[in-house]
Design a protein around this ligand. Structure first.
Ligand code: GLY
Length: 256
């Protein structure tokens, strides 16, 4: 059974209000976003992990979403190459921190490959990589080649309707997979125990498992009940301001 020791997060920048979005929910309130980030950190503090909090960076509105900039596996970290132009150089501000944890086991995706790790879901030693507007075929193939050097495997899945693979899916360990929309019936995941998240709660399909706890967005009672019924300790966090810029609980941290 996997156990995470470390979590990396980044304080949201004031420029967060200009983060990329397709949500049509208005601009985030910065103070509220900051308070919600603190609540997120408090949730992680209940999960027996050491938390690194990187400083806010005004240059990159979406830089609070550290998950997209690196894939942290048990054996290596892979610095990605974000497909959103405004996010591409976010990798420059994560690299030092990643190197501190992984020393000389740091790999990189190179052009013309693009990958945002919100498109990658770990299930044991296998990594599902979603092809999206942000992650392309070359990037996914590079990722699989790097993983194989470390005895890990990867496979490509397609997605049609959501930003990142993990927008609609969360693996909660113990064979349990939260899935919504297009992912409920995807052949690639049919061997897992699919927990269907209804359309009206689709935002809550993005949760994180952290050492037996599941951190999820607040306000989704059907999803909460389904996760609790599986025996997990559920910790709810209000992420309303991050939802406005297409962000959820997984994008806000790296866990390894
Ligand atoms: N605003 C999150 C993203 O588009 O990457």
């Amino acid at each position: 059974m996997i156990r995470f020791k470390h979590v990396i997060t980044r304080t949201p920048s004031k420029t967060l209000i200009d983060g990329l979005t397709s949500a049509n929910l208005g601009k985030p309130d910065y103070q509220k976003a900051l308070d919600q980030h603190n609540e997120y950190i408090r949730a992680l503090q209940q999960c027996d992990v050491e938390i690194t909090i990187l400083p806010a960076n005004d240059q990159f509105p979406d830089s609070v979403f550290v998950e997209d900039t690196a894939l942290c596996t048990p054996y290596c970290a892979i610095i990605t190459r974000p497909g959103a132009k405004s996010r591409l150089n976010e990798i420059e501000i994560i690299e030092d921190c990643i190197t501190q944890f992984y020393c000389n086991h740091v790999e990189r995706i190179s052009a013309p490959g693009t990958v945002e790790a919100g498109d990658i879901m770990m299930v044991g030693s296998h990594y599902y990589i979603g092809l999206s507007a942000r992650t392309n075929q070359q990037g996914a193939e590079q990722m699989i080649a790097i993983l194989s050097k470390y005895g890990l495997t990867g496979s490509i899945v397609t997605l049609d309707k959501v930003l990142h693979l993990k927008t609609g899916l969360s693996y909660l360990e113990n064979n349990n997979l939260l899935a919504t929309g297009e992912f409920i019936t995807k052949e690639a995941f049919s061997h897992l125990n699919i927990i269907e998240i209804p359309e009206q709660e689709s935002y809550a399909a993005n949760c994180i498992w952290v050492n037996g706890n599941v951190i999820m967005p607040a306000g989704y009672p059907i999803t909460k009940a389904k996760i609790q019924a599986l025996g997990y300790n559920v910790i709810e966090v209000d992420t309303s301001e991050y939802r406005k810029i297409d962000g959820g609980v997984s994008c806000m941290s790296l866990r390894f």
